[in-house]
Design a protein around this ligand. Structure first.
Ligand SMILES: Cc1ncc(COP(=O)(O)O)c(C=O)c1O
Length: 462
């Protein structure tokens, strides 16, 4: 049998101390609520959602140690103790000496694209996340994908689908070096399904970029999950600790940009970290201009405290084993039911293949968005479309982009839901799958000029 890379169930390394009640709604109520939201789940009130898998960003549960640290917040404008702890945690966990906090990931992206990207530049990466792509385009640059071809086939099994196609990149750089200010490697690769990048690929990438003198930037929103996959899938790493693997990964990056709302277990926050002072000096003025003074970057002292603790917790192997195995548990339930998912399952969510689930709905009618809407109606579960709606239009041609991987993403918040919740999610999808021919697609009623998925209004195709 083909190796499927599902990670088996692992024990929950925590117990529940505080309960957050959720409201139960009926199917008829949800039909009405989603219609009022113009069939866009971003317009729903969170209180009308039973299980919220919209994102794993900022939605994690903090530990009692994080809550305790919040009480230690030093809210001084400059040089606060909380910043020094945050900086130390980044140094311990990631190995960087220079740190610039930002209010969240896109704040960091705005800063580094402002400092490095000019009109006409091409920014290669494995696959840029939507906010990264939008920040590049905002500076009149162009993002370009160099992920391996296997990433575009949702059913194809490969242990590191976030890897870069090194030879393709090398050929590209031979002709276009002058237009390329930097390369962005996203670990894990969110847009490709939360897929990891191997250490070997990182090393090869670093060597090629060194040859062409192109700086290597990492988007490290999910660095610890990537390290877990390296440990469990890449030979030579099975006996290394997660911390050792993280430090080795980071040793290849010149600058990292992080949304601290993911692996670092924060409800808010982000940062840039770098090895040398020249990058720090180049980025610093843009942090002051856009985020805040360089020792808080738009964050409160208490948020910095929570992140300092969260960064350390994120590297626990038990935490990662449970976290990733829970995501895989949901994936396995769906796969066993014949529901088409992106395989192997990545680190932070299960991506259901909307094109295969609803083959009768044309891509222009947003099959994955349709699945997102119908799942909410069926069971009160909120996922999100990562497909045609999110991909938006090509700024040059104004035409819809047609991503090859067009999915409903079920992103699992860290330490929030149990495996019983996962079973409930799977049941809802199974019900829809059974009668899948009867469901219709959607069309646009209102479309903003960029990041359209956040505020688009849709209606059902008649
Ligand atoms: C890979 C990646 N980069 C950047 C971001 C943007 O971060 P934020 O939402 O904190 O602005 C995200 C958010 O989902 C992400 O997944």
């Amino acid at each position: 049998m083909e190796k499927d890379y599902f990670i088996e169930r692992k024990p929950m390394p925590f117990r529940i101390k505080t309960v957050e009640h959720v409201k139960m709604t009926t199917k008829a109520e949800r039909e009405k609520l989603i219609a009022e939201a113009y069939y866009n789940v971003f317009n729903l009130k969170a209180r009308d959602v039973y299980i919220d898998l919209l994102t794993d960003s900022g939605t994690g549960a903090m530990s009692k140690e994080q809550w305790a640290a919040i009480m230690m917040g030093d809210e001084s404008y400059a040089g606060a103790d909380s910043f020094l702890k945050f900086k130390q945690a980044i140094n311990d966990v990631l190995g960087f000496d220079f740190v610039l906090p930002t209010h969240q990931g896109r704040g960091a992206e705005n800063v580094f694209t402002k400092a490095f990207v000019k009109e006409g530049d091409i920014i290669p990466g494995n696959m840029h996340f939507d906010t990264t792509e939008a920040q590049i385009e905002d500076k009149k640059g162009i993002g370009k994908e160099f992920v391996i071809d296997e990433a575009y086939d949702p059913q194809l099994i490969h242990p590191f689908k976030g890897n870069v196609n090194i030879s393709k990149l090398e050929q590209f750089l031979q002709k276009n070096r002058d237009k390329v200010p930097l390369f962005i490697l996203t670990v894990t690769c969110n847009s490709g399904g939360g897929q990891p990048v191997s250490m070997r690929n990182i090393k090869e990438l670093s060597a090629v970029l060194k040859k062409f003198e192109v700086p290597l930037f990492f988007d490290i929103a999910r660095f610890a999950e990537n390290a877990y996959f390296i440990k469990h899938r890449e030979s030579g790493y099975e006996n290394k600790t997660i911390s050792e693997i993280i430090l080795e990964m980071m040793s290849y990056a010149d600058v990292v940009s992080c949304s601290a709302k993911k692996d670092p277990l924060g409800n808010i926050g982000g940062f840039l970290a770098m090895r040398t002072e020249d990058y720090f000096d180049k980025l610093k003025p843009f942090v002051i201009l856009n985020e805040g003074f360089i020792t808080y970057g738009g964050l409160s002292g208490r948020a910095l405290e929570a992140l300092a603790v969260g960064l350390h917790e994120s590297t626990s192997e038990e935490h990662l084993a449970y976290r990733i195995s829970q995501v895989h548990y949901l994936g396995k339930l769906l796969d066993d039911a014949g529901i088409p998912i992106v395989k192997p399952v990545g680190g932070h969510g299960v991506f259901v293949d909307g094109l295969k689930f609803f083959p009768h709905i044309p891509q222009d009618n947003f099959p994955s968005q349709a699945l997102t809407v119908y799942l909410y109606i069926e069971s009160g579960v909120r996922g999100v479309e990562i497909g045609n709606l999110l991909a938006g239009r090509d700024p040059q041609t104004g035409k819809n982009r047609y991503p090859k991987v067009d999915t409903l993403r079920l992103a699992i918040p860290r330490r929030v839901y149990t495996n019983e919740h996962m079973e409930y999610v799977a049941e809802g999808l199974k019900k829809i799958y059974k009668d899948r021919e009867k469901y219709k697609g959607f069309e646009m009623v209102y479309e903003p000029p960029f990041l359209r998925h956040f505020s688009a209004k849709l209606k059902k195709v008649e």
